[in-house]
Design a protein around this ligand. Structure first.
Ligand SMILES: O=C(O)Cc1cc(O)ccc1O
Ligand SMILES: [Fe+2]
Length: 456
């Protein structure tokens, strides 16, 4: 099969559906998963995303019909990838109650592909015990060349910040641009080609469970990320003899094996365990239309639930372009200390809580109970009376947050990174006291008090 051009890529729409796709007519067996001989002489292979016995509502698996099965490979050998750069061992990492921020991570000038450009910032738990998560950034200047990654540790939610990615998977091909995200679930093999000369972005990897859409509760049956806006690639295969390298991430370590053919040889597949992508511009935000600042959970795109209701392993939350209209309200994020920890990144534009220092391609991390909030300039602007006009948040902005319940430990490499901003704390040092012991309710500028405060 020829490689489809960009505008020819096709997707199946819906979230978590039981999909089926065939690249050749009749390649999907009818009425059973394991015919004695599969159509076109294909091998049947099941990829499980849950235990076999997981409740039906959570059970995930897909059947892949492929030219040769994935078991046909030379033995795996350790790749000797630097453990300080990519890890799932957070016992040796560090905790700090300090606010952390990184300037944009620089993109290598020598040839570095997506896998070799992964850099672990922080994480918690362990892939072996199937709990917790890791947060990485990637910086890449080269495509993966006859090389794919399969991650035995967990699902990877990829947030491109700069440079589009063409991701070939066993299920088909997807293109993911900045402003879009994709999820490659545990075990699915994929190869990342760069659409431009380089790429940078963020990865949230969850060691337990899978991402799902959050419940909408009283919001009703529509809004936020709508299921129909998620795209799964259609089957695509190549039959190509080559020296192909399969990299397996296993307990945070990388192993590689050679095989004599492309792993993207799946002619047809069906099931509910697939990679998918989503355009964040399709997110339909719901927010305050009268007053006050709701919690950022209103902007949850995807959540990876834990066994405790309402306590996610990790939430993926965005701060999309939107109108802000709340009256008699301090509109930026409130000052706060949380039980959950917050890793933030910026895809483009400016984040509403920071006037400077938080740049696209950079990051911040506020561990649980670490105080944070708007910087001094943002605060001083937001208390001015003229801050209350309906306004569109600074231009075309897209920040996001990985909000996690286990407190992450930060890797020594991330703490010692040349990109770390050791002056971050200074952005709050100018927050002066506005306390006025002689203040009286009448001193409040006219029109500023809430209508109900004077009985109206
Ligand atoms: O810390 C942050 O900037 C993220 C955030 C945004 C918001 O609107 C409310 C709370 C919160 O943690
Ligand atoms: Fe926060």
């Amino acid at each position: 099969m020829g490689v489809p051009e960009e505008n020819k890529l096709q997707y199946l729409t819906g979230f978590g559906n039981d999909f089926g796709s065939e690249a050749l007519p009749g390649a999907l067996p009818v009425g059973q998963n394991n015919p004695r001989v599969c159509p076109y002489g294909l091998y049947a292979e099941q990829l499980s995303g849950t235990t076999f016995t997981a409740p039906r509502s959570q059970n995930k698996r897909s059947w892949l019909y492929r030219i040769r099965p994935s078991v046909t490979h030379e033995p795996f050998h350790p790749l000797n990838f630097p453990a300080e750069q990519l890890t799932a061992d957070f016992e040796r990492a560090v905790v700090t109650p300090n606010q952390l921020r990184w300037r944009p991570f620089s993109i290598p000038t020598d040839d570095v592909d997506f896998v070799r450009g992964l850099f672990t910032i922080c994480g918690a738990g362990s892939p072996g015990k199937k709990d917790g998560y890791a947060i990485h950034v990637y910086t890449a200047s080269a495509s993966m060349d006859d090389c794919c990654l399969g991650n035995a540790d967990g699902d990877m939610l990829i947030v491109p910040q700069q440079g589009g990615l063409r991701i070939t998977t066993e299920f088909g091909i997807m293109e993911v641009l900045p402003g879009e995200i994709c999820v490659i679930q545990r075990g699915m093999r994929f190869s990342v080609a760069l659409l431009g000369s380089n790429a940078r972005g963020y990865v949230l990897e969850v060691f337990q469970g899978h991402f799902t859409l959050p419940d909408l509760g009283l919001i009703g049956s529509n809004g936020l990320a709508n299921p129909r806006d998620f795209d799964t690639p259609v089957a695509w295969f190549e039959e190509r003899a080559c020296n192909y390298t399969v990299i397996q991430k296993f307990e945070g370590e990388l192993f590689s094996a050679s095989q004599a053919f492309s792993p993207f040889n799946v002619v047809a597949w069906h099931g509910n365990y697939t990679p998918y992508k989503y355009d964040l511009a399709k997110f339909c935000p719901v927010n305050a239309v009268a007053f006050d600042h709701p919690d950022p959970s209103i902007f949850t795109v995807l959540t990876c639930p834990s066994a405790v209701p309402g306590t996610a392993v990790a939430d993926f939350v965005i701060f999309p372009p939107r109108w802000t209209v709340a009256e008699h309200t301090f509109r930026p994020p409130y000052y706060h200390r949380n039980t959950m920890s917050e890793f933030m990144g910026l895809v483009r534009g400016m984040y509403e809580a920071k006037q400077e220092g938080f740049s696209p391609g950079g990051a911040s991390l506020h561990l649980c109970m670490t105080p944070h909030g708007p910087d001094t300039q943002t605060f001083e602007r937001a208390i001015l009376p003229d801050s209350q006009q309906p306004s569109h948040l600074p231009g075309d902005t897209l920040a996001f947050m990985f909000e996690t319940s286990y407190t992450p430990r930060v890797t020594p490499a991330a703490l010692g990174s040349p990109h770390i901003d050791r002056n971050y704390y200074k952005c709050w040092m100018g927050l002066k006291s506005h306390f006025d012991r002689n203040w009286t309710p009448n001193a409040e500028p006219e029109g500023e008090a809430p209508p109900h405060a004077n009985g109206n």
